[in-house]
Ligand binder design. Sequence first.
Ligand SMILES: CC(C)(COP(=O)(O)OP(=O)(O)OC[C@H]1O[C@@H](n2cnc3c(N)ncnc32)[C@H](O)[C@@H]1OP(=O)(O)O)[C@@H](O)C(=O)NCCC(=O)NCCS
Length: 299
Amino acid sequence: MQTAGGPPPPSLGRDAAMQYAAWFRALAEPTRIEIVSLLARRQEPMTVGQIVGAAHVGQSTVSQHLKVLAEVRFVLVERRGTAHYYRLNEACVDGFPTAADLVVGNHPPAPAGLSQPACDPPANRPAPAGGAGGIAIRPMEPADAGQVLAIYQAGLDTGQASFETQAPSWEEFDAGKLPGHRHVAVAADSGAVLGWAAVSAVSGRCVYAGVVEHSVYVDPASQRRGSGFTLLRALIGSTEAAGIWTIQSGIFPENSASLRLHERAGFRAVGIRKRIGRHHGRWRDVVLMERRSPVTGQD
Ligand SMILES: CC(C)(COP(=O)(O)OP(=O)(O)OC[C@H]1O[C@@H](n2cnc3c(N)ncnc32)[C@H](O)[C@@H]1OP(=O)(O)O)[C@@H](O)C(=O)NCCC(=O)NCCS
């Protein structure tokens, strides 16, 4: 329960209550708890057959339970060739302790801390560049400017990351990004910057004070090793702790890596903004992706 003298825990809004109730409902069955626990321990996607083998339950029972878990997005399904693989939705895993704490009036656990070691990459991924060590997240410093802007430019050079074509100067970058929500992912052993995430305000109007637009860029040599996901988790943690309730980004439909990354991190596609801007002489669509916090910005 709430400790005496501390600030009261955030109140639970109706939307969050409904979401948490759906999670608890989906988990209110022992075999589903066992399946979630199995997927959590394996840390890699599993087929129905693999789950059946490990859980000693019939295939149709497992399929039914997976359907319920997938409906509330506690479990995500992806297709590889003709096989379907199931894995835990890490955004739900992160949110679950928060849900349990808030329901019983406790303070939620601290968000993924800056300067704290971030999650080790899942066992099925190669180790990040720089050695066998993991990835760490820390606040971006002016001394990171060179590496941050080089990674930015490499992303822009793909032609799929932004309408921008040229990375700004550090002074412009620094002036446009909100303090407190600029994170870098670094190789834990060498300290090399692997990627960064930062946010800008979307509007000067009070009503949108809790809405920001973010960018996330990972060094091409270090992609697909968990940096982008870890950076988004840090960003979600720092923004929620600061009372920001919505993070959004416009993503080109062709940027499937970014769309998948954001979906995995709990963002949803609001819609496609058709022919919203010109890029290298052609009109391009943008998918507006957003994550509405279930804990911040509730009444
Ligand atoms: C998009 C980007 C930030 C992803 O960073 P990353 O460190 O490679 O991403 P992660 O390793 O954390 O991947 C997390 C998930 O994102 C998805 N993903 C990442 N890269 C992907 C790719 N090339 N294809 C398909 N899915 C991909 C996967 O679901 C992945 O999880 P998995 O590896 O368990 O399947 C990176 O590709 C990048 O910097 N691109 C250029 C700049 C850019 O486009 N930025 C986004 C602007 S909107």
